[in-house]
Design a protein around this ligand. Structure first.
Ligand SMILES: N[C@@H](CCC(=O)N[C@@H](CS)C(=O)NCC(=O)O)C(=O)O
Length: 214
């Protein structure tokens, strides 16, 4: 099957999908998009006018949205590598709920803070950033309680919602630290031990560090 992944190295949603590919051991053709290159963005928007990354294409495929890409991988390759969405309907619903929590209330506020920090001071939006920090405090409360009650999460149990959590948590270490939240820190440490995460960091860290030092 021809699977071409359009993605960007610093993009947390791209990293979420990369983790899924690595966990399942599925090969893909990379189509890198540099989100800071206006020409590349203009070309990409011809393919996908919303301009959102990642996107999976191939033969008759056109699949935007990280969660839907992972659902597709799980449906097409159910027996490969890690099962990222359980077969059991109730368990699958819980995974989808945490996937939404991690995308909407962890990843999005971290992205707000990150992109705001790249703007010149006169273009910054302190209200949006304050709101993002507020949301993160609330979601950290939820995550701390959840991971305290589920010590196998992110380690012996790993699923789509963990693919969604790691990339923003990686950025959050600096942008909205969680080290005082012992259960989130323990969860993060468990996730860090996954070979897929180590591979991801090897692939993306040099680019992120180059970017941070600019
Ligand atoms: N809901 C989308 C979010 C994707 C998203 O927002 N990606 C960011 C990069 S991490 C992006 O494409 N930003 C460029 C833009 O919004 O124009 C998903 O899960 O794939």
């Amino acid at each position: 099957m021809n699977l071409t992944l359009h993605y960007a190295i610093p993009s947390t949603y791209s990293q979420k999908v990369l983790l899924a590919f690595y966990e399942k051991g599925i090969a893909f053709t990379p189509a890198l998009v540099n989100p800071f290159d206006p020409e590349q963005i203009a070309a990409y928007r011809k393919l996908y006018p919303l301009g959102k990354i990642p996107l999976l294409t191939g033969d008759d495929l056109f699949i935007p949205e990280s969660t839907i890409i992972i659902e597709f991988l799980e449906n097409e390759f159910p027996d490969w590598g890690t099962k990222l969405i359980p077969d059991d309907k109730t368990a699958a619903r819980r995974v989808r709920f945490k996937d939404r929590i991690h995308d909407l209330y962890l990843n999005n506020p971290i992205s707000t803070i990150f992109f705001d920090s790249l703007r010149p001071p006169e273009k910054r939006n302190p209200d949006a950033v304050a709101k993002a920090h507020e949301t993160l405090d609330i979601v950290y409360g939820f995550m701390d309680a959840f991971y305290g009650n589920n010590p196998d999460a992110g380690g012996r149990e790993f699923n789509m919602s963990d693919c969604a959590a790691f990339p923003p948590l990686f950025y959050a270490q600096k942008l909205h630290p969680f080290s005082e939240r012992k259960n989130i820190q323990a969860y993060f440490d468990r996730v860090m031990e996954r070979p897929s995460v180590q591979k991801l960091l090897k692939d993306v860290l040099p680019a992120i560090e180059r970017f941070n030092n600019k």
